[in-house]
Design a protein around this ligand. Structure first.
Ligand code: IMP
Ligand code: MG
Length: 176
């Protein structure tokens, strides 16, 4: 691992306050219904749990994981499932929870895939969005923060599997 350090981009207080707002907004938007959260492993685990605690309508959850692949495969835009959902989503109000949307490839693929299973509704919620990096068109209904094109860690996001447990969002700065 290259020598680096982490600089705080969004403090724990700022992130938690925004998640609380998102939870309130989602609870209002889905009032009278129950919502089925789909957590995209592993990065979204922290955000999904914090968000779920702030939602006041009935919540159920399921988990899905996309397989990791090398840089070469990534540029081809192929996304494979390492773990599918445990339950059907037909006729349910489905909200996909993602940690960050970068190129948008993962999410545009997942949205197509889950859309074929005929949910009552299908929306997307991401903690972070890097709009400058978008390659694949994807409609995102709930965004925590739009950030510039920097490599970030914490709150579930990793650098080589490290730093997921940081309670804030930090930028990886490489020491030259
Ligand atoms: P994409 O939107 O298909 O390009 O992929 C998004 C995925 O790339 C996320 O779920 C993360 O796993 C990873 N990713 C993108 N940007 C970052 C970052 O800044 N830090 C850590 N992981 C990232
Ligand atoms: Mg991820």
């Amino acid at each position: 691992m290259e020598k680096h350090h982490i600089e705080v981009m969004l403090t724990e207080e700022v992130v938690n306050a925004r998640i609380k707002e998102l939870g309130e907004q989602i609870s209002r938007d889905y009032a009278g219904k129950s919502i089925h959260l789909i957590c995209i492993l592993k990065g979204s685990v922290y955000f999904t749990c914090e968000l779920a605690k702030r939602i006041t309508i009935p919540v159920t959850m399921d988990f899905m994981q996309c397989s990791s692949y090398g840089a070469e495969t990534k540029s081809s835009g192929i996304v494979k499932l390492a773990k599918d959902l445990d339950e059907p989503i037909m006729d349910r109000e489905v909200l996909i929870i993602e940690d960050i949307i970068d190129s948008g490839r993962t999410l545009s693929h997942l949205k197509d895939l889950l859309g074929q299973r005929k949910p009552a509704s299908l929306r997307l919620c991401t903690l972070l969005d890097k709009p400058d990096r978008r390659v694949a068109e994807v409609n995102v209904e709930y965004v925590g923060f739009q950030i510039e094109d920097k490599f970030v860690v914490g709150y579930g996001l990793d650098y080589d599997q490290k730093y997921r447990n940081l309670p804030y969002i930090g930028v990886v700065e490489f020491d030259s």
